[in-house]
Write a protein that binds this ligand. Structure first.
Ligand code: CAO
Length: 440
């Protein structure tokens, strides 16, 4: 064994270029052509590959260093036969933007390139779906692209946290973690239009009709969109509308808030709705179930964890409040405040959003009369709540002003029949109309 200096190869007239990524650590075993560092000029990025196989003994550079041809990158232990003078990589550095992109100094690499000839062509029929993914528009190094392909992650859906939005290996890992935590398959995403044989959406240049700007979707937007799309396509939805008379509940809620004014704890209608939902899940257990993967069995749950859709600046998230049946109205109010705060501060962990039995999407604080929420699979139903308002309700003798709460229950029609859907909302309305019944 001998120690070899690995130097920066001929990189054209690139001089004094910044290192934006160091891809190896001391102790790593490196093969010929494995990337060592990524450098970036104001014109383009490229990876410097290793000219030898060996073990990294010392890393002589760090992110932010500036290098030129001949700069020392790493000290590597190589087999005696391979050792000689300091070596520079024999192969061409690899471009970062767009697979198959031509790297030329005079022509900056465009942020968007046409699809790589490597993608789609020359793939055997048996190629996996992940190997067919077109990453040509993703801004990532070849090693990150390779990593994403190996894991079947669709780079187009990964938000880059690196410089200028470059996607790092950590971004790919975070994406995979998110997808897995939401029960998905990386790369296959949700139900893409193709699974239905539907033509893809056209790529339209809107600037032909006026001024435009392009705003990237957040990571949450992309993930939520993917799962909503999957659920919308896979689940036959029906939405049942109803309304609950919450006049008495509202009087009680206001009284509680007055009594607790000093503590600063605010009770909203949502916590009562959570309690009513749990009563409904107990009375109609099909709503507290999930279909198994083959769609042949129902998995019935004997716990009562309720997801609550929270609107955050970055998009919609659904944290789960556990064991709602065992908690008081005050405890639920505290927990709702804490978890929605955590959601808005981007502090939710994947585990905070897992294990829900049923979800509630409340737009009551905003407005609207009814809407059709999308079932949050693998759950089989979701309750949409809109803003309550005073309505004239016939009490048998006269019209009386009552505070009515609109309910919109969407359910998976494979699991829940229409009659059961109507029974569930009727039951909810009964519970909310007289919350003493929640104690019975
Ligand atoms: N009718 C009338 N008023 C209502 C109401 C209803 N159904 N629900 C809540 N309110 C009132 C509250 O009492 C509160 O009033 P005060 O400020 O006077 O006390 C006000 O509206 C604001 O409530 P809130 O929205 O802060 O609290 P919440 O407990 O009702 O909801 C949360 C918490 C996290 C669910 C909510 O803030 C949120 O993010 N909602 C949006 C969810 C969403 O985006 N869903 C769509 C998903 S797509 O299907």
């Amino acid at each position: 064994m001998a120690i070899q200096e690995i130097l920066v190869p001929d990189i054209g007239s690139f001089k004094d270029v910044e290192i934006i990524e160091v891809l190896v650590n001391v102790g790593d075993t490196i093969n010929v052509e494995d990337s060592l560092i990524t450098i970036e000029s104001d014109k383009s990025s490229m990876e410097i590959p290793s000219p030898a196989t060996g073990v990294v003994k010392e890393v002589k550079v760090k992110v932010g260093d500036r290098i030129s041809e001949g700069s020392l990158v790493v000290m590597m232990e190589v087999a005696e036969a391979a050792a000689g003078a300091a070596v520079t990589p024999p192969s061409q550095p690899s471009p970062v933007r767009g697979e198959g992109a031509k790297m030329t100094e005079s022509k900056p690499v465009a942020p968007v390139l046409s699809p790589s000839p490597l993608v789609g062509e020359g793939l055997g029929k048996g190629a996996s779906s992940s190997s067919k993914l077109d990453f040509s528009k993703a801004y990532a190094t070849p090693s990150v692209r390779k990593f994403a392909r190996e894991l079947g992650a669709d780079l187009n859906k990964v938000t880059g946290s690196g410089r200028k939005g470059r996607i790092t290996q950590e971004d790919v890992k975070a994406y995979i973690k998110d997808v897995m935590s939401m029960g998905g398959v990386p790369g296959r995403g949700a139900a893409s239009g193709n699974t239905l044989g539907v033509a893809p959406m056209p790529d339209i240049d809107f600037s032909q009709w006026g001024e435009i700007e392009t705003v990237a979707l957040s990571r949450i937007n992309k993930l939520t969109g993917e799962f909503l799309h999957r659920n919308w396509v896979h689940i036959p939805h029906v939405t049942q509308f109803d309304q609950a008379d919450i006049t008495d509940l509202e009087a009680f809620r206001k009284q509680l808030n007055e009594e607790n004014a000093k503590s600063g704890m605010k009770i909203t209608p949502l916590v009562f709705i959570m309690k009513a939902v749990v009563a409904g899940l107990k009375a109609y257990p099909r709503f507290n179930s999930s279909l198994d993967a083959k769609g042949e069995n129902l998995i019935r749950k004997h716990y009562y964890h309720v997801g609550v859709a929270v609107d955050t600046p970055d998009g919609l998230v659904v944290p789960v409040i556990r064991d709602v049946d065992k908690k008081s109205i005050m405890q639920l109010s505290e927990e709702l405040k804490a978890i929605s705060g955590k959601a808005r501060d981007k502090k939710l962990k994947p585990a905070d959003m897992q294990g829900g039995c049923f979800s509630i999407s409340s737009l009551g604080g905003i407005g609207g009369t009814k809407f059709t929420p999308i079932v949050n699979a693998p759950e089989v139903a979701i309750l949409g709540v809109s803003k309550s308002d005073i309505q004239p309700i016939w009490n048998g003798k006269e019209f009386a002003p009552r505070l009515m709460l609109p309910l919109s229950l969407s359910y998976d029609h494979r699991v829940v029949d229409g009659a059961e859907g109507a029974r569930f909302t009727t039951y909810l309305a009964k519970m909310l109309g007289d919350i003493r019944r929640l104690l019975v």
